[in-house]
Design a protein around this ligand. Structure first.
Ligand SMILES: *Cc1c(COP(=O)(O)O)cnc(C)c1O
Length: 390
């Protein structure tokens, strides 16, 4: 065997996003023991930082030792018991995954299917909640498969009014658009490190409300998943009364998350969301000048995930191959019903800069021209520059 040397890529897909040299350097610091007092200081800092990022001062916040899907699994497995009713709004891949997990937890699952590219419809959710007592309402705040934002504030409000606990997938939204656990009065929110936090994949920050904690400690039967059982997990991460061994925390991965949070607070949470919005507008202006259209209505567009319709007659996969081979640029393909029909361009975390937008527009213009599409590259870049100057 030889050492693995990855190629240098620019990551503008649906995640992972570019990881800054600062975060990569943090990952390479010496490993210490997970019960070392210095490591416990790091754990406490991460917990407090996650409370800030989720705006969840009254929630228990910890990073789970697995990627974003682990947050989803933890939420479903901890809250749901056999026979519980769970309403899941589905408007893309990840809502479908939530429903699958709820079923595996033994819940009676009621799904509300939406057309891909549309936000979750609160009126339909309200009808489903009014039908029968419901334990959990689950939905995705930022659907990465389509590039759509849903109104988390309204949906969490509906859950509260109908006595249900809310589970909000914030994997792509956190640090890219506003996430506000306190204002939404949301119960469980989870994210991943490889999207707008711009740390490597492998950790899932989660926030759990007092109501959700009471529901978990009051369960009739044990959580059917040992690693993510909140009751066991908090004896390790809780801090009060000393820590007991549960699993070995992914120590160096946590150095990386910690550094990414330091970077985020240096910029400011608000400034970070403004940067995502501005780079998105610049990208959208350039795409429009290239004659390309976005799938999602401007009101519900995610700045960090831009779903671009593939023009008639253009080979979708060939464009992605061109930008990867010629520019070392990764953009994403469509999933499910959008397969072959869209590209997904991520502007997440460290990948949300004017430089990334310029590179992407240049590479895309070239790839389209290679397929005989007329694109005025100078006009595309001028539209981008005009948007950034506005
Ligand atoms: C990426 C993503 C996930 C899953 O995260 P992994 O880190 O891939 O496990 C879940 N939900 C949404 C909305 C995502 O974008």
């Amino acid at each position: 065997m030889q050492s693995f040397q990855p190629p240098r890529r620019v990551l503008m897909g649906p995640g992972p996003s570019d990881v800054s040299p600062r975060v990569l350097a943090a990952l390479a610091r010496p490993t210490i023991g997970h019960l070392d007092p210095e490591f416990q200081t790091l754990m406490e800092e991460i917990k407090a930082a996650l409370q800030r990022v989720f705006n969840a001062p009254d929630h228990a916040c910890v990073p789970l030792p697995a990627p974003g899907t682990a947050g989803m699994e933890a939420a479903m497995m901890n809250l749901l018991e056999p026979g519980d009713r769970c309403v899941v709004a589905i408007n893309g891949v990840f809502g479908g995954r939530m429903a699958d997990m709820a079923g595996r937890a033994g819940a009676t699952v009621v799904t509300i299917e939406h057309e891909w590219g549309q936000p979750v419809d609160p009126a339909r959710v309200e009808v489903a909640l009014a039908e029968a007592p419901t334990k959990v309402l689950a939905f995705v705040h930022a659907e990465t498969s389509t590039g759509v934002r849903s109104d988390a504030s309204v949906l969490c409000g509906l859950a509260r009014r109908h006595g249900a606990l809310s589970v909000v997938d914030c994997v792509t939204s956190l640090a890219g658009i506003a996430v506000d656990a306190a204002a939404w009065d949301a119960d469980i929110l989870y994210s991943g490190t490889q999207k707008c936090l711009s740390a490597p994949p492998g950790l899932s920050p989660i926030a759990i409300s007092k109501r959700a904690q009471a529901a978990i400690t009051g369960r009739r039967e044990k959580v059917r998943n040992w690693l993510l059982d909140f009751n066991l997990l908090m004896a390790y991460w809780g801090g009060e009364g000393g820590r007991t061994y549960h699993h070995t925390a992914p120590i160096n991965a946590l150095y990386g998350l910690h550094e990414s949070l330091v970077v985020l607070f240096e910029e400011g949470l608000q400034a970070s969301t403004v940067r995502h919005a501005r780079t998105h507008e610049a990208l959208a202006a350039g795409l429009e000048a290239a004659g390309l259209k976005l799938l999602v209505d401007p009101k519900w567009r995610l700045p960090q995930l831009n779903t671009v319709l593939v023009p008639e007659g253009v080979d979708e996969a060939a464009v992605r191959a061109h930008v990867l081979n010629t520019w070392d640029l990764e953009i994403g393909a469509g999933l499910g019903p959008l397969k072959g029909k869209v590209w997904r361009i991520g502007l997440m975390g460290a990948s949300a800069t004017p430089w990334h937008v310029r590179l992407c527009l240049t590479a895309l213009s070239e790839a389209l021209a290679a397929q005989g599409v007329k694109v005025d590259r100078a006009a595309v870049l001028a539209a981008m520059d005009a948007s950034l100057a506005a």
